[in-house]
Design a protein around this ligand. Structure first.
Ligand code: M6R
Length: 603
């Protein structure tokens, strides 16, 4: 979703902005633009499409030491150059980039901007016209910015430049992510650290409803009344090499391949050399005290919640309920007496999940964010955080974050179970079992060519498909189908195998691809095989993914057996590869599927 980068100081702003925007591409966007200033000489360049299209429009005269850039994911108005950021005020003096949604933009237009001629349909253009108008009315730039912020409602990350004084970038944030990057003789602002890591590893957080006055030598944080706020900096763990694609054609394949390493990293982080759990005792206590765990998340993270549910319930003896964050934010159901909320989020920035967390905080409910991004909004605002240590996930389609989420929750579940003295938890040798999972993943990854071939036969021309499974396999089917539709555009449903015959089987016709997932017990396997027979009898083209020990002659993909608590990790890997090859074989951009954004920062 929209990305912001800005810089002021002794550097080549055009280069920094373009490099930064390229690093933000993974977030998803459909147009982009930069504004660069050198004293009173400035350039504004915008383009619909990719950053490469923008780059093609940038001549050598687009140069300066202050600048702001933006990738836009259209919300208000189509992806056109007029709607692309940066936007300018009525006289052209002020230039603004924005990430978020201004909810009261139409009221603002009506109340303050009568007679203003707007070029596009965006809420952002209204914000910069408002600031410009206040300056025309006699306020200083800072006062005008503050006054606008007191009127604007909604989510925003703003970076503003006054073309008459380009030594300062004015920054403000509410609900949308934004960070300050600190350099020697220059300072930066950006939606996430990845866009700045080439320039600096020193960062400073901005909290909601804070402003930052950014110059080449200072970054002054204040509240909206102008009171200065002390804020230390931190060094990001991120390495430039972490965010490269290396020799891989797509990030998604690289990230799929990284999963064994991520499993081992989690072992070394959350267990000591003797296999004892290394989870913050305060988190363990908080879960112990809960009478129900509520997992709130979106998309793949929601599916990861399901993939962890059985294990969490069995090890902690606490019921686990799942909630779609975008629903719960506005429609909180009746909760148990002592709820504990777990927010699962790779990015830690998902606006829907944050909305639930805001509610939970208002209600005094203890919360734990399980995320891949330290210092992210969900991490900062929850009572506790567990980090995934999966390294940056750049492909829009989430893979290693899903498996890391399940594995991280396994450490939590075991730690709680042990603290409760539960035999099943004490006997569960997680360190050993997770090492076997890493090996199982490696074994599946060594079968890529075979999987690619089967995908070509099954999915090359189809418009729809089904994944079916029972129990944990059903949960994996949910994720497998999301992954397939997300990047191959094949309409795919993940179904509880036994539920098909209650309606959906009417969709099965000659050649409909159905992928059957079979792990767990002989009994479950037998029932799922029965359901596979039912669809095959109606002409379905079936592919089976089966756990070792349950396989039969003619099965397609066999996955190494792992502990049942962790089977959802082993079973999901072939489905990630199925989605990858289906997308690749259709000639699609695997990493940047249409219409999608990596971090969904609007509700
Ligand atoms: O960053 P989050 O885990 O909170 O993101 C939630 C979803 O937007 C995300 O998982 C999305 O579904 C992925 N693109 C799926 O691959």
């Amino acid at each position: 979703m929209c990305g912001i980068v800005g810089v002021v100081g002794n550097r080549n702003a055009t280069d920094i902005l373009m490099q930064g925007l390229e690093k933000l591409e993974y977030r998803g966007y459909d147009s982009a633009g930069i504004y660069v200033a050198n004293g009173h000489k400035s350039s504004l360049v915008k383009s619909v499409g990719r950053i490469a299209d923008l780059r093609a429009k940038i001549g050598i005269d687009v140069a300066g030491s202050t600048g702001i850039g933006h990738t836009r994911w259209a919300t208000h108005g189509q992806a056109t150059e007029d709607n692309a950021h940066p936007h300018t005020s009525a006289t052209g003096r002020f230039v603004l980039v924005h990430n978020g949604v201004i909810e009261n933009y139409l009221q603002i237009k009506e109340q303050y901007l009568a007679g203003h001629d707007l070029k596009g349909q965006t809420d952002t253009e209204i914000a910069v016209h408002l600031i410009g108008q206040f300056v025309e009315d006699g306020l200083s730039v800072l006062e005008a910015f503050k006054k606008a912020l007191s009127i604007i409602e909604g989510s925003y990350a703003f970076a503003l430049v006054d073309s008459e004084d380009t030594d300062t970038v004015y920054v403000a944030k509410n609900k949308s992510p934004l960070l300050i990057g600190l350099g020697d003789g220059y300072n930066m602002v950006c939606s996430d650290a990845m866009a700045m890591i080439r320039e600096t590893s020193e960062f400073m957080e901005i909290h909601d409803k804070e402003m930052v006055i950014l110059t080449k030598d200072s970054a002054t944080v204040t509240d909206y009344e102008g009171n200065e706020i002390e804020r230390g900096s931190y060094t990001a763990e991120l390495d430039l090499s972490d965010i490269g694609k290396g020799t891989y054609p797509f990030y998604m394949l690289k990230e799929i391949d990284e999963q064994p390493t991520v499993m081992r990293k989690l072992i070394s982080t959350y267990a000591d050399s003797e296999g004892n759990m290394n989870i913050d005792p305060a988190i363990v206590k908080s879960v112990q005290e809960a009478d129900r765990i509520y997992i709130l998340a979106a998309g793949t993270s929601y599916n990861a919640g399901f993939a962890s549910k059985t294990m969490l319930e069995k090890l902690t003896d606490t019921p686990v309920e799942l909630g779609v964050a975008s629903e719960w934010g506005y429609n909180m159901p009746l909760l148990s007496e002592k709820p504990m909320f777990i927010l699962l989020s790779q990015s830690g920035e998902t606006a829907d999940s944050r909305q639930v967390l805001v509610k939970a905080n208002e209600m005094g409910i203890p919360s734990l964010t399980v995320t891949n991004v330290p210092g992210s909004t969900l991490s900062r605002e929850a009572t506790y955080t567990i980090l995934l240590h999966a390294g940056p996930e750049i492909a829009v389609a989430s893979t290693k974050a899903y498996t890391a989420q399940v594995a991280a929750l396994a450490f939590l579940a075991k730690a709680v179970g042990e603290a409760n003295g539960k035999a099943e938890a004490l006997d569960f040798d997680l360190v050993h079992e997770l090492s076997l999972v890493a090996q199982s993943i490696e074994a599946t990854l060594s079968e890529k060519d075979m999987i690619a071939e089967k995908v070509e036969k099954l999915l090359s021309t189809t418009r729809n498909a089904f994944y079916i499974g029972r129990g944990n396999d059903y949960y994996v089917a949910m994720e497998a189908s999301l992954k397939l539709k997300e990047i191959s555009y094949i309409q795919c449903e993940g179904f509880a195998a036994g539920e098909l015959k209650h309606g959906t089987i009417s969709l099965i016709e000659d050649g409909t691809p159905v992928i059957g997932l079979i792990s767990s017990s002989e009994l479950v396997a037998a029932h799922t095989r029965g359901n596979i027979q039912e669809v095959a009898a109606r002409g379905a083209h079936v592919l089976t993914v089966v756990e070792e020990g349950l396989e039969r002659e003619g099965d397609d993909i066999v996955v190494n057996k792992v502990h049942p608590f962790l089977a959802t990790i082993g079973m999901v890997i072939p489905t990630q590869l199925i989605a990858y090859y289906a997308s690749l074989q259709r000639g699609l951009d695997v990493d940047k599927p249409r219409n999608l954004a990596k971090a969904v920062t609007v509700e």
